[in-house]
Design a protein around this ligand. Structure first.
Ligand SMILES: Cc1cc2nc3c(=O)[nH]c(=O)nc-3n(C[C@H](O)[C@H](O)[C@H](O)COP(=O)(O)OP(=O)(O)OC[C@H]3O[C@@H](n4cnc5c(N)ncnc54)[C@H](O)[C@@H]3O)c2cc1C
Length: 286
């Protein structure tokens, strides 16, 4: 197996595009190395992106935030501006693993590992995040919900990698939140999860919302009907009930020892309702 640690995205793309056999991008390695050690994959080439400057930092601009693909999840919490603007995205990233895992793992690695239960994906989808993809054909931007196409599968083409995640500029009176259910208090995989992002008008009425669910389908589900249920309301109990019902209707989960279909479906509605309340308070709603 060959290991390469290029200094530019262009070089990384060239290595991936010209690779013979199985080539993988290496970010934090907290999924990839586990899969290698378990003999689930046998890479011919690993392209470590951590030395590429364009992947290494968090930048704020007039358009929002740009989070480099090799920024460890632990670093998100240290960026006060990001925490203020996108607390839900940051809390989702900070739920991953332990302190040791946090210091290595990345949001992009979480996205590209493409687990239906990945913690950052529902929060990013709710936040309307985009992936900045670089490949042999150049650069393109893709909505995060279009990156994962099935368990363990992404829409990335040969030679492509994600250089960064972008989060849009935040309107005033906005808030987001992410909640997951796990049987333990930490170090577990979501049985079900929900991310909610919303913006209020001056009177505290929800004027825009996005609701996304994790671990209830092969990929994260964006639920426009759940958003519609709360837009135009102050999140009264009838609106929250409609939101929960819309979430339940969007669920098509697996039935396994970690959660039955009925359990996952009901909890999806409960988590979405609770996350919506937190997001509403964070947006300044009363
Ligand atoms: C003990 C432990 C606890 C964990 N707990 C959680 C948890 O609570 N919640 C959760 O969601 N996950 C959890 N995970 C899984 C894992 O830590 C996360 O998915 C993590 O975010 C992966 O990031 P990484 O940078 O380590 O990815 P890597 O392992 O480096 O890569 C993961 C996959 O993404 C690809 N990839 C990485 N970066 C790019 C890129 N820039 N462009 C294209 N492809 C790329 C790799 O080729 C690989 O296929 C846990 C793992 C462990 C070992």
């Amino acid at each position: 197996m060959r290991y390469a640690a290029p200094l530019t995205t262009k070089e990384a793309v060239s290595l991936l595009a010209n690779a013979k056999g199985k080539a993988f991008v290496l970010a934090g390695g907290t999924d990839l190395l586990v899969r290698m050690r378990g003999d689930y994959i046998e890479p011919d080439l690993l392209v470590d992106i951590k030395r590429i400057t364009a992947t290494q930092d968090i930048k704020k601009s007039a358009n929002g935030f740009r989070i480099g693909a090799s920024v460890p999840c632990a670093a998100l919490n240290e960026n006060a501006g990001l925490v203020k603007a996108w607390p839900g995205v940051v809390e989702a990233a900070n739920l991953i693993g332990s302190d040791q895992i946090q210091s290595r793992c990345t949001m992009v690695g979480n996205l590209c590992n493409a687990s239906p239960a990945a913690d950052t994906i529902p929060a990013m989808v709710a936040a309307q995040a985009s992936a900045v993809i670089v490949g042999p054909a150049g650069r393109r931007t893709l909505a995060v919900e279009k990156v994962v196409i099935g368990p363990g599968k992404t829409s990335l083409k040969k030679g492509e990698l994600i250089e960064a995640i972008t989060l849009p500029k935040r309107p005033a009176k906005s808030g987001d939140a992410y909640l997951r259910f796990i049987p333990r208090t930490e170090m577990d995989i979501a049985v079900c999860s929900a991310g909610v992002n919303l913006t209020l008008d001056a009177q505290g009425v929800v004027k825009a919302a996005r609701v996304a669910l994790g671990a209830v389908a092969p990929t994260v589900v964006l639920v426009p009907d759940a958003a519609k249920a709360i837009v135009g309301t102050k999140l009264d109990s009838a609106a929250l009930e409609r939101l929960a019902k819309a979430c339940e209707a969007a669920c098509a989960p697996i039935d396994d020892k970690r959660g039955t279909v009925e359990f996952r479906t009901e909890v999806a509605g409960v988590l979405a309702r609770r996350a919506a309340k937190i997001a509403y308070e964070r947006a300044g709603g009363k």
